[in-house]
Design a binder for this molecule. Structure first.
Ligand code: PEP
Ligand code: MG
Length: 881
């Protein structure tokens, strides 16, 4: 147990280390003592004791002695005596976790009071004495005896009402004393015990209460949510300074700069004649620093000076607690202040300009995860509405719209200029037109890499997926929770893709805060990062959005997305159901000009930058109309005896569907397997690409084309297609008498463990690699990417204890398994083809945690959704520093 001035921060390897021993508050108090700030004297019981107490339910032998000795030191230093009637030493007992957990941990104030002490203190300042006494009874009962403060707040409210008073400060000394008596009675009534008058008993019990608060249900839940380790909490015992002594006293909180927008100005809230708990409990409306300046200019001057001193010491924005006792200022706590992403960027740039921090530190001051906040609308912090359910936060942004349960209707509503949120159990490729007609997506199934999530993130549409508690009845067009209908088609709902929360009705949203400092910050990040940042884009609009966000190329253009456009699907279906090659080629001929135009448009937007185009990947049956709807329609016609054209059509389509359908389509006839068995499809796509290249280059566009083959597992799959397609492309160029300004590159995705393990072989043939970690993760774990989160993965992570897995590998790369395959690929690939260009286009390519690993393993670039490009730029800079 250490007095504040006995802790030597220089003995610890870092501030973090100091905090792990003494908690954030203890570390701050030790530092403030060193800096000479006015703080009430006291001591810290290190975190480890709360851990041992949680295990054994008792203290080690020496702890009590050390606490008693520390109290003796405190008595000597302060001139007050613990439990003494004449000169009582009163204490505050404060928790202090290593990582701040706002509102989770406990504090007891005014400890050491008894009625006899209050009586004596009352001779000097009666109102203050009785106010402190009644506060202590409440705080001890609430925190130590776990009764909550409500029973006491009720007494206070009734008491004020019976006397026609509104605020606690209107109560006089006698009234405070009466209140205290009522509180004592309540204490007895609630606990069947008298209030303990012995200060030592109060002290030990309060320390244990703070220890226990580390494992309270809410603290455990908070730690789990924020992935905070089980460090334990420290306990800080300090001499009370009284903000409720008189009107020259008070208590407040302050930030050395604005946590909302980063403005360089001390901001605070202050309550005159009050104690800290009043600010939290909101008993009165606090005043601002400006208002306080009018009443106590000297105090405000001191606050500003000391805030500045602290900020210069920590070189970061601080969040402090202060108390003024009879005109004398004390600091009770300081910690690095939490802030919005906008504030983080502004503070980093301002501190850099003021030479408080260097450029690298400035880059590191903004967490990449926070960057998304700056790019999407968010729910206002003032919104009071509670969510009805929560799903996975699949794609950020907050929107309000009318709930629509099917895609056709979504498109109609969009035409009628309605803002709609598409509500489905899940989405399929054919739902794409309905999805882009919506302003948000909500599904009850799926995880972070399900179709709905990937598409929504790709096009920057706010989305929540896998809201499992929501029972969606697509037929009745209702959504229920626990059997109760919460909303139906046409009702207004709101979704927040940042938190995953779903609300009924409208919510208040705030605009993205893109500022001049933000772009300056991003350019600064570019200076440090080694990884390139490309984007996954399938349309010119997505490419444009990505360019605005700083993308340096397209790392993945999924051509099947182009097949999904509404006017094309019938042509795609014709191609799929064609009975022979001749008919299929005819159908492909109709698709060719459409694909060519897509590529021309994309090349134009990406002028001068690389564009990686992936040939068709999904299994063909995915493009056919929904199987269940076909069966329903077919059965209806049969019951009616209608065997007309539509019946025949459906009969044929159902037969085709049965032919094409596979039990395990994700491991089935897709990617290069499709390309090798139906080469006419890839031939059409390459033809469209080369025609587009010829036309674009002639029009002066600088095309860097990279053609990418998906799902290779055996090198021969690649060789055969390359031998078929490359000469065809070369011949076309020759016939057009055109030499591409940049040689066309032929490469492959690495999505199957076998491809990774034989990367050396494949690299002899392929000119570049791109990791498709969505499939690579699926196939390495044997986890179905579309089902696993809802079925068991969340249980593995959150419900089973100890957890089977720490993270979702579709969200954060699995370094030990998938990461190992990546390493093997990079090493063997570069051995076989020195300098081979290697990137990643799976979803983890935009995830900050994964980017650190991808940087370390030496990839050339990451490719991610347009809206994640700035996040990747920041994360790549963090990784490089
Ligand atoms: C992947 O598998 O990581 C990938 C990018 O391809 P897709 O998501 O289209 O299967
Ligand atoms: Mg894939």
């Amino acid at each position: 147990v250490y007095m504040f001035d006995e802790v030597d921060p220089s003995k610890f390897s870092s501030t973090e280390d100091l905090k792990i021993h003494f908690g954030g508050k203890g570390a701050g108090l030790a530092n403030m003592t060193l800096l000479g700030l006015p703080i009430p004297y006291g001591f810290t019981i290190p975190c480890k004791y709360s851990l041992s107490y949680a295990e054994t339910n008792k203290w080690p032998d020496h702890l009590k002695d050390q606490i008693n000795e520390s109290i003796a030191k405190l008595e000597k230093k302060s001139g007050y005596i613990f439990g003494d009637i004449e000169k009582p030493l009163l204490l505050s007992i404060r928790s202090g976790a290593p990582i701040s957990m706002p509102g989770m941990m406990d504090t007891v104030l005014n400890l050491g009071m008894s009625k006899a002490i209050a009586e004596k203190m009352a001779e000097k300042n009666a109102r203050f004495a009785w106010d402190s006494w009644r506060r202590f009874i409440m705080s001890f009962s609430d925190i130590v005896k776990e009764t909550g403060r409500e029973p006491y707040d009720e007494i206070m409210d009734e008491f004020k009402e019976s006397r026609g008073k509104k605020l606690d400060i209107e109560l006089n000394a006698d009234e405070m004393k009466d209140l205290g008596e009522l509180y004592l009675k309540k204490f007895h009534e609630l606990l069947d015990k008298d209030f303990p008058e012995d200060p030592w008993e109060q002290l030990y019990a309060s320390i244990n209460a703070v220890f226990n608060s580390w494992n309270s249900e809410r603290a455990v839940a908070y730690r789990k949510m924020n992935k905070i380790p089980n460090y334990g909490t420290a306990v800080n015992v300090m001499r009370m300074v009284f903000g409720n002594l008189n009107d020259k006293s008070g208590t407040g909180v302050l930030f050395t700069r604005s946590p909302m927008d980063g403005e360089h100005k001390v901001m605070g809230e202050y309550l005159i004649n009050a104690q800290g708990e009043d600010v939290v409990a909101g008993v009165r409306t606090p005043i601002s620093m400006e208002e306080l300046k009018e009443e106590q200019p000297d105090i405000v001057k001191q606050i500003f000076e000391l805030a500045n001193l602290l900020e210069n010491h920590y070189k970061d924005m601080q969040d402090c607690e202060i108390t003024v006792e009879d005109g004398k200022l004390f600091f009770l706590q300081t910690r690095t202040g939490k802030r919005t992403a906008g504030a983080a960027v502004k503070i980093a740039i301002d501190m850099l300009d003021d030479k408080i921090i260097d450029e690298e530190t400035a880059v590191l001051r903004v967490a990449p995860e926070k960057i998304e906040e700056l790019l999407h609308k968010r729910i206002s912090p003032n919104e009071k509405k509670l969510p009805i359910v929560r799903g996975f936060n699949a794609s950020p942004g907050a929107v309000t719209g009318r709930a629509i349960f099917d895609c056709g209707r979504a498109i109609e509503e969009k035409r009628a200029n309605q803002r709609i949120i598409l509500v489905r159990k899940e989405t399929k490729p054919e739902d794409f037109p309905g999805m882009i007609a919506s302003i948000g997506i909500l599904t009850s199934r799926g995880g972070k890499t399900c179709h709905a999530a990937v598409v929504a993130r790709g096009i920057g549409l706010p989305a929540i997926v896998g809201a499992g508690e929501l029972e969606i009845d697509e037929e009745k067009r209702t959504a229920s929770v626990g059997g109760e209908v919460k909303f139906k088609e046409g009702d207004l709902i709101s979704i927040d893709g940042i938190t995953g929360n779903v609300y009924i009705g409208e919510v208040e949203v705030v605009d993205p805060e893109i500022t001049g400092e933000f772009s300056r910050y991003l350019v600064m990040c570019d200076k440090y990062r080694k990884l390139g940042v490309r984007t996954n884009a399938d349309t010119p609009q997505m490419a444009l959005d990505a360019l605005k966000n700083g993308a340096e190329g397209i790392g993945l253009c999924r051509t099947e997305r182009m097949f999904n456009a509404k006017d094309r699907l019938p042509k795609v279906v014709d191609m799929i159901v064609a009975e022979n090659l001749d008919k299929r080629e005819k159908a492909l001929d109709k698709l060719l000009p459409l694909q060519r135009q897509d590529f021309i448009d994309i090349f134009k937007v990406m002028d001068g930058k690389p564009v990686t185009v992936r040939l068709l990947d999904p299994p063909l049956h995915e493009f056919l109309p929904d199987y269940k709807s076909m069966v329903v329609e077919f059965t209806e016609l049969r019951v009616k005896g209608d065997k007309g054209k539509r019946f025949k059509e459906l009969e044929f389509m159902l037969k085709k569907y049965e032919e094409l359908k596979e039990e395990n389509a994700m491991l089935g006839h897709r990617g290069v397997r499709l390309g090798n068995t139906h080469p006419e499809i890839y031939k059409m796509q390459v033809k469209a690409l080369i025609e587009a290249l010829i036309e674009s280059q002639k029009a002066g566009v600088d095309v860097h084309l990279e053609i990418m083959l998906p799902l290779v597992s055996h090198v021969n799959e690649f060789i055969r297609l390359k031998e078929l397609l490359k000469p065809m492309a070369e011949e076309m160029l020759e016939n057009a008498d055109l030499v591409p300004k940049n040689p066309i590159q032929w490469g492959t995705m690495i999505e199957i463990p076998r491809a990774a393990l034989t990367a050396g072989e494949i690299a002899k043939e392929a000119e570049f690699f791109s990791f498709g970690t969505n499939d690579l993760t699926q196939m390495t774990f044997g986890f179905s990417r579309d089902d696993v989160e809802a079925k068991f993965l969340t249980k593995y992570i959150d419900e089973i204890y100890p957890p089977i897995m720490k993270d979702n590998p579709f969200e954060h790369i699995d370094i030990e398994g998938v990461g190992k395959l990546i390493e093997i690929t990079v090493v063997d690939g570069r051995k076989a083809r020195p300098g081979i260009h290697v990137g990643i286009c799976g979803e983890v390519g935009g995830d900050p945690h994964s980017i650190q690993f991808l940087h370390d393993v030496g990839l050339d670039y990451v490719s991610c959704s347009p809206f994640r490009v700035p996040v990747a730029r920041v994360a790549a800079a963090h990784a490089a520093i």
